[in-house]
Design a protein around this ligand. Structure first.
Ligand code: GRF
Length: 196
């Protein structure tokens, strides 16, 4: 059995979409892969409560590793790597994991570390993507699943979804429209990663 480890910091709706797809499409049988663990750097991440309420919690290991407990970014990432590696991951999925990763972390998981970013990369790497797309007068926005490399939001593109930017859109309205698409393309991209 192959293993996926998902990292979250907050709502974890993309994590939930992946866990639900794994269940619904029987990834264990069809792809030989399971979500082994979900790790959060925040104790109060509501994604963890969702998991406990909506899944057989004995099947997916959950864990909190607070970055505030570590003196340096390097020390946190080293501890996180050791927690992740307990699950022998074939794929590490960043799902709203709000941390800048050290080169050591990115190198360690090269080729098996993916992220979803709420813009049509290479446009709007970084934060505040929706407001920036609105301010730029974009007619379309979207989301991108990509490999993670040492350059922020720049790895190989694995999947994208496009949504229209509507007249009078707020960043919140656009974010919600994009998020519905994220929930479709992220599970699909994870499944595609394991398809022969
Ligand atoms: C998503 O918009 C994702 O693209 C970005 O952070 C947000 C996370 O949302 N990286 P959720 O925690 O998956 O609900």
């Amino acid at each position: 059995m192959k293993n996926i480890v998902i990292l979250i910091s907050g709502t974890g709706s993309n994590m939930a979409a992946i866990v639900q797809a794994a269940e619904k499409d029987s990834w264990e049988k069809s792809l030989g892969v399971r979500v082994a663990a979900v790790i959060s750097n925040k104790q109060n991440a509501s994604g963890l409560s969702w998991l406990h309420a909506n899944t057989n919690s004995s099947k997916i290991h959950t864990e909190v590793l607070e970055h505030t407990q570590f003196a340096t970014r390097e020390a946190f990432d080293a501890a996180l790597m050791s927690r992740i590696d307990e699950h022998a991951p074939d794929l590490v999925v960043l799902a709203g994991f709000m941390r800048i990763l050290t080169p050591a972390f990115v190198t360690h998981y090269a080729g098996r570390l993916i992220n979803i970013h709420p813009s049509l990369l290479p446009a709007f790497a970084g934060l505040n993507t929706h407001q920036r797309a609105i301010d730029a007068g974009c007619k379309f926005a979207g989301a991108t699943v990509h490999q993670v490399t040492s350059e922020l939001d720049h790895g190989q593109i694995l999947a994208q979804a496009v949504v229209p930017v509507l007249q009078g859109d707020t960043a919140e309205a656009l974010a919600a429209r994009v998020l519905t698409q994220e929930h479709l393309i992220y599970p699909a991209a994870v499944a595609a990663f394991f398809k022969p």
